[in-house]
Design a binder for this molecule. Structure first.
Ligand code: 3HC
Length: 325
């Protein structure tokens, strides 16, 4: 993963590790030029690259509906959202490159099928209501996750989240408006919104990762303040925010065990189907193959754009050098 020109760091010096841990404990922000344990760097590359892949692959299920939006206004907001997601991906790839990796290596891993991206994007978008459910639930979950990531100990990642969350809020609002409009519409429209909620609710809960007891990375990431809340804490926060929103637009959550605990003031959910989760992240979800094929096709078809941009950049560099000479 690391380009050959980046010297492999020596094994972490315990004195430096102790100083690093002290900085984290003091709530300091780690910047690209700062010394960091190799494991900290590797964890960030893993998490940030998967995040960037998720943003770019996430364009596919929604892009599928741009030409079929029911009005110009809906088309414009969906188009803007999908473009935003592409920008989020590029932004986070840039952040990942501050850790000494080359985005081309990361993208090759995605295209070869060896890199992970969020499970949520391996589900099909069957009706227009899915655009509402994705904006409301998927981007809603992303906001819960990313507003906390904006306090992450690694500076470039935290700052990227600040900007991205502003756009995610627009994404969520336009999605929730679609669901509210459909829910107030004809019986067929309300049924379409309810069907989308039924299909997207549980996969949205899985976005927060396995339960804390089954998360191999959380303890380390929490200690290093990369994660500031655990998977289950963020999932609970999302549930507590979203259940009242569903009630407000008269939609029913597909969870017969859902109940409000007046002592804790939390909404308690039924069991998550973790077999489904691990199956999807293993590559056996409804759309894993289709998403990768579409991503590979887009990459191949976009080669000419990359070549033209590289040729132009080379020409500009040549001009700058001859002017400087
Ligand atoms: N989909 C795919 N893989 C997942 C996953 C999911 N929903 N949740 C967890 N995993 C994977 C992890 O990557 C890890 O696999 P690895 O060791 O091969 O990398 C394994 O399952 C164990 O999970 P952990 O909980 O221990 O892993 P993390 O500590 O990394 O937590 C995470 C997982 C909560 C997704 C965390 O990585 C995270 O917060 N990432 C940053 C945010 C992000 O990536 N969001 C993805 C959605 S992008 C998005 O929302 C776009 C928006 O515009 C809609």
């Amino acid at each position: 993963m690391t380009p050959s020109n980046v010297a492999q760091p020596a094994a972490d010096d315990p004195i430096r590790v102790a100083a690093f841990e002290g900085r984290i404990a003091a709530g300091e922000t780690i910047e690209p030029k700062d010394w960091m344990p190799e494991r900290y760097r590797k964890q960030l590359i893993r998490m940030m690259s998967q995040h960037a892949h998720s943003e770019v692959v996430g364009m596919l299920p929604e892009g599928n509906w741009i030409t079929r939006a029911p009005s110009l206004r809906r088309k414009m907001s969906l188009l803007a959202k999908v473009q935003d997601e592409g920008g989020h991906g590029l932004y986070i790839y840039c952040g990942t490159e501050t850790l000494g990796v080359d985005r081309h290596d990361l993208i090759d891993q995605l295209l070869s099928g060896t890199a992970k991206y969020s499970s949520i994007f391996n589900y099909p978008t069957l009706t227009w209501a899915d655009m509402g459910a994705i904006g409301w639930l998927v981007d809603g979950a992303a906001i819960v996750n990313q507003t906390v990531l904006a306090k992450c100990s690694y500076g470039p990642y935290a700052r990227a989240m600040l900007r991205i969350c502003k756009e995610e809020n627009f994404h969520k609002r336009q999605g929730y408006e679609i669901m509210a409009t459909l829910s107030k519409g004809t019986p067929a429209q309300k049924a379409m919104a309810q069907d989308a909620l039924n299909r997207w609710w549980w996969p949205s809960l899985m976005m927060f990762g396995p339960s804390d007891k089954d998360s191999p990375h959380s303890a380390e990431l929490l200690r290093w303040k990369v994660k500031r809340k655990s998977n289950d804490e963020l999932r609970q926060r999302f549930v507590d925010l979203t259940v009242p929103q569903a009630h407000a637009i008269a939609l029913v959550l597909p969870d017969p065990d859902l109940k409000h605990n007046t002592d804790t003031n939390h909404w308690e959910i039924g069991p998550i189907n973790w077999d489904e989760f691990f199956n999807v992240i293993k590559g056996n979800g409804p759309c894993n193959r289709e998403r990768l094929e579409a991503r590979r096709r887009a990459h191949a078809e976009g080669a000419w754009v990359r070549q033209a941009a590289e040729a132009y950049a080379a020409k500009q560099r040549g001009r700058a050098q001859s002017t400087a000479a």
